[in-house]
Design a protein around this ligand. Structure first.
Ligand code: ZN
Length: 198
């Protein structure tokens, strides 16, 4: 016998499918939503749909944006010849918050992970190589210092080396396994300034 209405069960199921939400949290959130005023719920639902409908990948760096080309790529003051490669848009935001990097980015949307079945073709690597056919002086690899991040960095550097473009890796002052987005700005800047050529 179902303890709750089928509608609530369905809501709990959807919420439990979100990252970091366990069965208990999903239940708590479902009841919270049910108890919200109708307008709040409608606004929440339409905000999700609007975001989904309007946000896409930048045509150049693949970060999330609601424009054809994101504001960073479109900014003539940014150094388009220096590309920092990051795993996701959150990592880009972490570096952007330091306000000290004036190059542009390339967002891979993942990292190579044989264990998770993620290969080079599952991330935006081909797209990075295409960008290197333009005028690029340096590629700074800022993937995480996790096993996947290091594997990805090695793979990319081997791919880029023959093209003659300078490849550097941010310094490993970054704690092993640490997600870039959780690291403070000083550490990020130190990692960037201490980058080494691969
Ligand atoms: Zn962009």
């Amino acid at each position: 016998m179902d303890l709750y209405s089928g509608y609530i069960n369905k809501l709990i199921e959807e919420l439990a499918g979100l990252p970091g939400i366990g069965a208990k949290s999903a239940q708590r959130l479902a009841f919270h939503i049910i108890n919200l005023p109708k307008e709040r719920v409608e606004r929440f639902a339409s905000t999700m749909i609007e975001a989904k409908n309007n946000v896409r990948y930048c045509g150049r760096c693949f970060t999330l944006t609601d424009q054809e080309i994101c504001p960073i790529c479109a900014n003539a003051k940014r150094d388009q010849k220096t590309i920092m490669v990051v795993e996701n848009t959150r990592d880009l935001a972490a570096y952007e918050k330091t306000g000290k990097f004036d190059g542009v980015y390339h967002v891979l949307h993942g990292a190579i992970s044989p264990m998770l079945g993620m290969g080079p073709n599952d991330i935006k690597l081909k797209e990075l190589m295409q960008r290197l056919q333009g005028d690029v002086e340096e590629v700074i690899i800022a993937t995480n210092s996790s096993l996947e991040g290091e594997t990805t960095a090695m793979y990319i550097s081997k791919l880029i080396k023959p093209t003659g473009v300078k490849v550097t890796r941010i310094a490993s002052g970054v704690p092993v396994g640490g997600d870039l987005e959780y690291i403070d700005e000083v550490t990020l800047l130190r990692a960037l300034e201490g980058r080494v050529e691969l």
